[in-house]
Write a new protein. Structure first.
Length: 251
């Protein structure tokens, strides 16, 4: 089961203390339980994935086709369905229940959610523009974007021009977050740092697609003590003697 994933809901943020009595900011996620309701294969569906359900609800709140789909896997009516792309289906089976213990402390995960919607905002809040000058005759439009194009050439505004518009309410993934603790009994997952979305928002946690950064250790620049210098000199002399001896035997 190389690729792992689980659905959950963001409950909020708090802080805990590690073994060194240092404060660690964590996000508390209600992770699972999720039930595997379908295994998609390349032969039948064109790709390999695991479909899981989350958040039980009343039967009247979902459609009959969806209810029939869940009934095939003996799953209870659920509000959410999500798919996890995997390389192979080994380790997964229909009806399997996935809990918060799927991730252990120290693992790196990617958390995907829908960011908070900010409505229609200007360029300063949406794109971090600095605004116009507050002097030299600038009138009451300090938060405007300024010029957005040229004159006769190219006589149009390029697509993708950063302007005011809808801010937030988009799919966001925060990568390489560390799992601090997993509580299977309460179904809680503690992740270091912040994750996208409001309290109660749906999130998808999967193991990180990018490995942790490799720590580069610089060589020591501390001066050698006298004993180490003497041992190094002896080693050099011995190596030179052995080289000379080997050369004489060869001749």
């Amino acid at each position: 089961m190389a690729v792992k994933g689980i659905l959950g809901r963001k409950l909020g943020m708090t802080q805990i203390w590690d073994a060194s009595n240092r404060v660690v900011p964590v996000t508390v996620i209600q992770a699972g339980p999720c039930r595997v309701v379908q295994l998609k294969t390349p032969e039948r569906d064109g790709y390999c994935a695991v479909q899981m359900s989350f958040s039980p609800t009343k039967e009247k709140r979902i459609s009959k086709p969806e209810m029939g789909h869940l009934a095939k896997a003996s799953a209870e009516p659920s509000r959410e369905l999500a798919e996890l792309r995997v390389e192979n289906l080994s380790g997964y089976e229909v009806g399997q229940v996935i809990g918060a213990n799927i991730f252990s402390a120290g693992e790196k995960v990617d958390v995907t959610g829908i960011s908070k919607g900010k409505g229609f905002t200007g360029v300063m809040q949406r794109h971090n523009f600095k605004g116009l000058s507050a002097s030299h005759g600038t009138h009451r439009k300090h938060r405007s974007p300024g010029s957005i194009g040229a004159c006769a050439t190219p006589a149009r505004v390029f697509k993708g021009m950063r302007m005011a518009g809808q801010h937030g309410n988009t799919k966001v993934t925060t990568q390489n977050l560390e799992v601090i603790e997993g509580d299977l009994e309460r179904g809680l997952l503690l992740v270091r740092g912040a994750v996208p979305g409001p309290k109660g928002g749906l999130v998808f946690i999967r193991n990180a697609v990018k490995g942790p950064a490799v720590e580069f250790v610089l060589p020591s620049t501390e001066p050698l003590v006298e004993e180490e210098v003497a041992e190094a000199d002896v080693a050099v002399v011995e190596s030179e003697v052995e080289a000379t001896t080997d050369g004489g035997d060869t001749e």
